[in-house]
Write a protein that binds this ligand. Structure first.
Ligand SMILES: Cc1cc2nc3c(=O)[nH]c(=O)nc-3n(C[C@H](O)[C@H](O)[C@H](O)COP(=O)(O)O)c2cc1C
Length: 204
């Protein structure tokens, strides 16, 4: 269906649901909705998920989405897996915590491993990043997220991040707001192009 709306899900890894990260993220989501996308916002702090149990290190066969999220091990990650699979694009938003993503966000990325291991199930989705901090480490945090997500099959538009450092009120950081709007627009553009192509990037 060519007129189906593009679907984006955003995961906020800040424990502060009304903090700076959420503020900057809201600008990206507003831009996406303005362009006609359907958006969904998840605050990871609302439903903490257990840590990855490292099944992959026992044997790759043990690292599998159903095993990771069903039965005794069921938690909110089951729904997050569905949202990820259903989406055309994902925004990963986090404050800088000691020069990297928050623990909430890192844990979430680890729990995406089974989707990657079971056949690159997130292949071809687009991703972007929103990062806020007080003084240092925003770009380092973006890079720490981009690497694993690239290996999971995500694609990034040009300028795939909006970062803000040192602003108590992120809405006063005009450059960050511009990056956030640009990010929304470019995520929408790239997801639209890729949807029409329906590539399998991993398959040979
Ligand atoms: C545990 C912790 C570690 C932090 N480490 C850093 C850091 O390494 N670099 C930095 O610039 N800010 C650091 N900060 C500050 C936050 O990144 C900053 O206040 C951020 O904008 C808060 O986002 P929020 O309002 O969405 O929670 C840290 C904050 C906390 C709580």
């Amino acid at each position: 269906m060519s007129d189906e709306k593009l679907k984006f899900v955003a995961f906020n890894g800040s424990p502060r649901k009304e903090g700076r990260t959420a503020g900057l993220l809201s600008v990206v989501l507003e831009e996406l909705r303005g362009l006609g996308a359907e958006t969904r916002l998840i605050h990871l702090v609302d439903n903490p998920i257990r840590p990855c149990l490292g099944c992959f290190s026992n044997s790759p066969e043990e690292c599998e989405p159903r095993r990771c999220t069903e039965g005794e091990l069921e938690d909110a990650m089951k729904g997050y897996h569905q949202l990820l699979l259903y989406s055309d694009g994902v925004i990963f938003a986090t404050p800088v915590m000691w020069f990297g993503p928050s623990g909430l966000m890192k844990n979430f990325i680890d729990r995406m491993t089974s989707l990657e291991n079971a056949g690159k199930l997130l292949d071809g989705r687009v991703a972007g990043f929103v990062v806020t901090g007080d003084e240092d480490g925003a770009m380092q945090t973006v890079m720490q997220l981009m690497g694993p997500l690239s290996e999971m099959g995500f694609l990034f538009p040009p300028y795939p991040f909006a970062t803000s450092l040192g602003f108590k009120n992120v809405m006063e950081d005009r450059e960050a707001l511009e990056f956030a709007r640009r990010l929304g627009r470019n995520l929408y553009r790239l997801a639209g192009i890729l949807k029409k192509k329906d590539f399998n990037w991993w398959g040979m």
